[in-house]
Ligand binder design. Structure first.
Ligand code: AMP
Length: 281
């Protein structure tokens, strides 16, 4: 496995596999890797012959007062993990190379970025779209892998790829959870023992939503209220949002259908967690 930080090196390293007609899979990450990230690499192994993992803690997607400073940085163990799981190339650039002095060009995110995370985290998706567009340019992969853990991000990237004519196929991968249901996240490292317990409220509320819909509930307000109750019982510190939207448009639905997804964001202490579940009625 090759590890590089110079953006100019990537294209030359991909010339050979691409010329040989191989599919090249790209897995963009911010590091502090866990099984959720590694599942994207596994998905790439199924489709592609060459696998590129990028590890870049992208400052432009963090807002004022968010956790950029404290975000876990574990490059050495990240490299060991992806090497074991079959990555061929890791691109781990510095901020200074990705955003050189004078950098001032950004991607204006699509409309699907306006609500939910985009509403609560102004400029978050502007940073995401900009860095992902740069990665797509630097690394002319045939395929790229994203997790549905960040459900809205998947929709935003898919729309950007369509709108800006990137020639890469986007793959959505399912959420990987801890055995007790907590969605894996680099931010789970912030939680102490009791907070970790309370964080289970998120996946439990999604279980309740799924169950309720399975039993025939189609009124989103009713399901959202049930979810809110589970989160309150779990003593989460603040519910940022709970919503049920259409999976394609991310617009709130009037009635739950097989195309609906429940999304939520909540604080446990100062840690903000997100989770979601497709509701198949
Ligand atoms: P991040 O390092 O948080 O930017 O995540 C990099 C990629 O890994 C994104 O596409 C995430 O959606 C994906 N990811 C993070 N956590 C999970 C998870 N628990 N299951 C599946 N994918 C995940």
């Amino acid at each position: 496995m090759k590890v590089i930080s110079d953006p100019l090196e990537i294209q030359s390293l991909l010339t050979e596999p691409l010329a040989a007609g191989q599919r090249v899979g790209l897995i963009p990450t911010m590091g502090a890797l866990h099984e959720g990230h590694l599942s994207l690499l596994d998905a790439s192994q199924k489709d592609c012959e060459f696998h590129v993992v990028t590890i870049f803690l992208n400052p432009t997607q963090f807002g004022e007062g968010e956790d950029l400073e404290n975000y876990p940085r574990t490059l050495e163990s990240d490299l060991q993990l992806v090497e074991k799981r079959g990555a061929d190339l890791v691109f781990a650039p510095t901020s200074a190379t990705m955003y050189p002095t004078g950098f001032s060009t950004f991607v204006d995110p699509p409309r699907v970025a306006d609500s939910l995370e985009g509403e609560r985290r102004p400029d978050h998706f502007k940073g995401v779209c900009t860095v992902v567009a740069k990665l797509f340019h630097l690394c002319p992969a045939t395929d790229a892998y994203f997790g549905e853990k960040d459900f809205q991000q998947c929709a935003v990237i898919e729309r950007m790829v369509l709108d800006l004519n990137f020639g890469v196929t986007i793959h959505r991968c399912p959420i990987i959870r801890e055995p007790d249901g907590l969605a894996m996240s680099s931010r789970n490292q912030y939680l102490d023992g009791l907070e970790r317990e309370r964080a289970l409220g998120l996946s439990r509320s999604l279980n309740v939503a799924e169950q309720s819909v399975t039993e025939g509930t189609t009124d989103p307000a009713e399901v959202i209220e049930q979810m809110r109750q589970v989160l309150m019982d779990a003593r989460v510190d603040k519910i940022d949002y709970i919503t049920i939207v259409d999976a394609a448009t991310l617009e709130p639905v009037g009635e739950i259908t097989s195309n609906s997804v429940a999304l939520l964001a909540a604080y446990i202490g100062t840690t903000r967690l997100i989770d979601n579940r497709r509701l198949n009625s």
